[in-house]
Design a protein around this ligand. Sequence first.
Ligand SMILES: [Zn+2]
Length: 100
Amino acid sequence: MSDAKKPSTAEEEYFAREELKRREQTNIKKGHEEREKLKALHWMRCPKCGSELHEVAFRDVSIDRCEDCGGVFLDRGELEQLSGSEDNVIGAILQYFKKD
Ligand SMILES: [Zn+2]
């Protein structure tokens, strides 16, 4: 009688695997939601001072610049885009964004 109520080892393993899968899916979903929240919070905000970033066109590349602290930020691939066009690109960038 008691053996009928007791789940077999195979059943226990099955449910344990299903539970593990369910938890992994929940963690993936939570991780995705957390990244989306952070992205919404930090999108186009200066990583140094938190002020708003503004896009500035520089040699066909859209550079993000902080109007408050003067920080300049490049998206993935933009530095390569810029460095491919000029030998002294760093000097040109510094000259372009030089404060009065
Ligand atoms: Zn800033």
